[in-house]
Design a protein around this ligand. Structure first.
Ligand code: DAH
Length: 357
């Protein structure tokens, strides 16, 4: 019996050594083997269970002696296995930590806060001003039909004003909108008077690019339709808008201007904020700066929108927001606005924080 015990011990130690050798290279394998050893030696049908069967037949004295040896060996086996499995677990965890190691001494990734483009800032400001005055924001597509860009806006098919728009046409007759006035027509299709709307976005004209012209630029359009709307209302809303943008009292004046969709039509001018109307280089010595087109909505346009011009009247206005942003932020050339140059946009991050803060 004693020999059997010695053999078992030798066998166990040999297998244990084999499993321990795996700890460094293949800790998960060592862990598995620890479990296999536990089952093989200490399990219900394991080697110790077998030994116990043999013990039964021994005399009392020998039983006591051998039993002691069995218990000692069992303790050795139990402790060795649990030691092995603990070491395997620690080694597995160490390996995971090593493979997912992060160098916390490295400089953190420098996140740069984004900034809004000056034209976006201008649109946000305008929307804020007009929403406060009860206007709703409308939208329209950049690819348009002749109907929305010209016909419904009272441009006859051969009207010379069409030439002023240097339109980009697609095959099949569609075109890139040349003005956001298209949004007036789209809004009238959906709304019943009284209403007040604004709409803005990109417009396109086949322009030769220079410091003040680009083939793609931005406009904001507005329209108000109600009973008894007059030029006085138009002038008031324009004055409130410009004072809001330039954050000071702004003087405006209207001069006759021609646009097929308004009658009478006006060019609205603002007293130069640099010289206060005295005349300087910015206003080309005239004291006034041309800002936008506007007027009383033409009866044909109201009719095209399903509105009775005998009952309702309205005003409309439209302006280039790139130019407005240039005036507000002191930018003298339109080209960097559309260049995608981040260094240029970054100049406005302070303004962005101010606006959104
Ligand atoms: N759509 C005109 C343009 O692009 C600007 C304009 C003028 C809009 C008069 C209006 C308006 O709504 O009433 O030149």
């Amino acid at each position: 019996m004693q020999t059997k015990l010695d053999q078992l011990q030798a066998e166990f130690l040999a297998q244990l050594a084999e499993a321990q050798a795996l700890l460094n290279e293949a800790a998960d394998q060592a862990g598995k083997q620890a479990e296999e050893l536990r089952i093989a030696f200490l399990g219900k049908k394991g080697r110790f269970a077998e030994l116990m069967v043999g013990l039964k037949d021994l005399g009392n004295e020998e039983k006591a002696q051998v039993g002691k040896g069995v218990n000692q060996l069992k303790e050795l086996v139990t402790n060795s296995i649990s030691d092995l499995s603990q070491k395997a677990q620690t080694a597995i965890a160490d390996l995971a930590v090593r493979s997912q190691w992060i160098d916390i001494s490295l400089n953190p990734y420098q996140e740069e806060p984004g900034s809004l483009h000056p034209v976006s800032l201008m649109h946000l400001k305008l929307e804020e001003i007009f929403e406060a005055m009860g206007f709703t924001i409308y939208d329209g597509p950049q690819v348009e039909t002749d109907h929305y860009n010209f016909e419904a806006l009272n441009f006859d098919p051969h009207h010379p004003a069409r030439d002023m728009h240097d339109t980009f046409f697609f095959k099949g007759g569609r075109l890139l909108r040349t003005q956001t006035s298209t949004i007036q027509i789209r809004a009238m299709e959906k709304l019943k008077p009284p209403f007040r709307i604004i709409g803005s976005g990109k417009v396109f004209r086949c322009e030769r690019v220079d410091a003040s012209h680009d083939a793609c630029f931005h406009q904001l359009e507005g329209m108000m339709v109600d009973k008894d709307i007059s030029v006085a209302n138009l002038k008031h809303f324009m004055q409130v808008m410009l004072s809001g943008i330039f954050e000071s009292e702004v003087k405006v004046r209207l001069r006759p201007g021609y646009f097929p969709f308004v009658e009478p039509g006006f060019e609205l001018e603002m007293a130069c904020l640099i010289c206060g109307g005295e005349g300087c280089a910015v206003c080309k010595r005239v004291g006034w700066i041309e800002l936008l087109g506007c007027g009383m909505v033409h009866p044909n346009v109201l009719r095209a929108g399903g509105i009775d011009p005998e009952e309702y009247s309205g005003f409309a206005f439209g302006m280039g927001t790139d130019r407005l942003a240039m005036m507000k932020y002191g930018i003298s050339d339109i080209r960097p606005l559309h260049s995608g140059d981040l260094n240029f946009s970054r100049l406005f991050s302070a303004a962005t924080h101010y606006r959104l803060g």
